[in-house]
Design a protein around this ligand. Structure first.
Ligand SMILES: Nc1ncnc2c1ncn2[C@@H]1O[C@H](COP(=O)(O)OP(=O)(O)OP(=O)(O)O)[C@@H](O)[C@H]1O
Length: 600
């Protein structure tokens, strides 16, 4: 109930326009009922004229062309055209208010969902598949819109139209009204059943469609692998199976849909037959006129859609509420990493860049193992440190704690002597340049990809950053230079080019602290040396934390920390660690041996 209240809060902003829409819709239905009334009046007047002047006219044609009948026809036709016009204008206004508002509410909800997704903790993304998250912000939002759009509109329409029409029918003849309405509850129940079936199948078909799209996507992104392993026939078979499943389900739905309209027409036909049959008997008994029968037939036709829509509306409402429940759960997710009251912000120019880990431990949500265990580490401002260790030792986890992608389970991290939880999150992340392990470039130009790190960067700054990351020459070699599109719609950069573009993106921010997570793994050692040389100058006064598996990358660092099972087991300069003859020197010797073997 609480969640339903929250849903209706979105109506508040548009309440006046929605009210206006409801008035337009009521008005359009008011004019609609005058159409059969005018037809009945015309028919009755002509019939009356024929009866009064029975001797003068020997055929219907003569009646119709007598000037008196012409007057009746012209007058009523004009009224009819006017009524239809008003009905049409009001219907247009209804859609422009109710449906347009529902689109605006959809826009509001979608933005809220996106805003929320952008601040949700990493835990949420680990617990929910990307497909589910995507569905929340697309399909679920679209379904909720149906509550504010079609559901609201059809509900008002059904009640106002049915109210007016049934009222008019009862005024004309309550008994005939009873007979005419008799099949309509069956029509509504039938529409409810069919639309429930259609909805259920649409979900199944949509899921199957997503599976097909997923299979195709996977096949295209691994096309090189498929070709190299000669797995085309296997992939084709897998795709065909899913595709066939989709076809069978879709055909079943088509069958139900094609039965829907004929059955609906059959039930309406039944209503019309009853009206003509019972009405005919009443005309014989002089209880009603022939015009009344015509009027009733039109009323029944007018009632068809609202009555059928009742079934559809109930189903759509259920679907919308289920989608809202999922969206509401997402919107109610706690934001674990957020600003504290009175949080601390420092201008970039005042950042020194000292980092201190005090007894820091960290467990991933849902995991029993510590990824970081009682870790203490001090990085002096402006120094250049390296973190090494075997795969899975906790290096990435450790650096993720600095920009608060996760918060420590125990202990605290300080920057310039202040606990990072006291820093304003935006400020904290602004001063940190971070190049994650997996390079991600957006499907846009190289320029925009680099400028992502600093929104208002000039072209000169972009070029300088590209130069420091040793990717400038590559970019200038592209035909469209910085305007070259990257990714799906553009060229595919090599692994090393991607990494260097990501480095340029991080350093263009002119950060106070910069973190490189294995960011030079895809470049050759010669390019690596050149990049490091540039970075040493560029980042001379910036605290640099560099994770690497290569000794060549880290050997010149001021301090090297060797991590094992989430704890620092060795630290010092390259020479100091070699002297200790511990894990680091083992690693060094192994890499030297590998190099020598490679040269043989
Ligand atoms: N999202 C996660 N949820 C649960 N456990 C995780 C998650 N990410 C990493 N881990 C675990 O935490 C430990 C440390 O992982 P981490 O990625 O920090 O290692 P790493 O030293 O950076 O390894 P590599 O050198 O291979 O990148 C590993 O045991 C890993 O399985």
């Amino acid at each position: 109930m609480d969640s339903f209240k929250k849903l209706n809060r979105y109506l508040k902003k548009y309440k006046w326009i929605l009210l206006l829409g409801a008035l337009f819709l009521t008005g359009s239905n008011f004019f609609l009922i005058w159409i059969p009334v005018l037809i009945r009046r015309t028919m009755d007047r002509i019939e009356q004229l024929g009866a009064e002047r029975a001797g003068e006219f020997d055929s219907m044609m003569n009646i119709l062309f007598s000037s008196e009948a012409g007057e009746i026809l012209a007058y009523n036709s004009l009224l009819l055209v006017g009524t239809v016009l008003l009905y049409g204008i009001l219907l247009f206004a209804t859609r422009q208010t109710l449906i347009v508002s529902s689109r605006k509410i959809e826009f509001d909800i979608r933005n809220r969902v996106m805003d929320k997704l952008l601040v949700l903790p990493q835990r949420y993304f680990a617990a929910n598949s990307s497909g589910e998250i995507y569905t929340r912000s697309t399909e679920d939002v679209a379904r909720v819109r149906e509550y504010f759009g079609p559901v609201l509109m059809y509900t008002i329409n059904t009640f106002t139209r049915a109210g007016f029409i049934i009222g008019m029918m009862i005024i004309v003849n309550p008994t005939l009204t009873f007979w005419a309405l008799l099949p309509l509850p069956f029509l509504s129940a039938f529409a409810y059943w069919v639309s429930g079936y259609i909805n259920k199948y649409q979900v199944i078909i949509q899921e199957q469609y997503s599976r097909i799209a997923g299979k195709a996507n996977e096949a295209f992104s691994s096309i090189r692998l498929i070709k190299a392993y000669n797995r085309q026939a296997y992939e084709q078979q897998k795709f065909e199976k899913e595709s066939d499943d989709y076809r069978v389900k879709k055909l079943r739905l088509d069958l139900v849909e094609s039965l829907f309209h004929p059955t609906l027409n059959l039930l309406i036909g039944l209503s019309v037959v009853i009206v003509v049959w019972k009405g005919g008997m009443m005309v014989i008994d002089d209880a009603i006129t022939i015009g009344n029968i015509a009027e009733f037939v039109i009323y029944v036709a007018y009632l068809t859609w609202p009555v059928a829509a009742l079934g559809y509306t109930v189903n759509t409402l259920q679907k919308s509420l289920a989608s809202w429940e999922r969206i509401n759960n997402l919107l109610s997710e706690p934001i674990e990493i957020r600003d504290k009251e009175g949080s601390f912000a420092k201008p970039l120019s005042e950042i020194k860049g000292e980092i201190e880990f005090r007894n820091v431990s960290f467990k991933y949500p849902g995991s029993d193992e510590y990824a970081i265990k009682d870790l203490n580490m001090k990085i002096t401002a402006g120094s250049n440190v390296a973190i090494v260790g075997r795969t899975g030792a906790g290096k990435t986890t450790l650096v993720n704690l600095i920009p608060r992608l996760f918060d420590p389970t125990e202990g605290e991290i300080r920057i310039d002597g202040v606990n990072i939880k006291e820093w304003r999150l935006r400020n904290l992340r602004k001063v940190i340049g971070y190049v994650p392990q997996e390079t991600f470039l957006f499907s846009t130009t190289v320029k925009e990809n680099i400028a992502f790190g600093a929104e208002d960067a000039s072209m000169k700054q972009i070029e300088e950053a590209a130069d420091s990351a040793q990717v400038l020459q590559n970019i200038l070699d592209f035909e469209k230079k910085f305007e070259t599109l990257v990714g799906e719609r553009g060229i595919t950069l090599s692994g090393g080019q991607k990494q260097r573009t990501a480095i340029a993106r991080a350093i263009i921010k002119k950060p106070g602290i910069v973190i490189f997570d294995d960011s030079l793994s895809a470049v050759d050692t010669k390019t690596e040396d050149a990049i490091l040389e540039h970075l040493r100058v560029e980042l001379a006064h910036v605290t640099t934390v560099m994770i690497s598996h290569r000794i060549s990358t880290v050997k010149n660092a001021d301090t090297i920390f060797y991590i094992q099972n989430g704890s620092i087991i060795e630290s010092g300069t390259h020479d100091e660690l070699i002297e200790v003859e511990g894990r680091y020197s083992d690693m060094y010797r192994k890499q030297l041996l590998e190099q020598e073997l490679a040269q043989i």
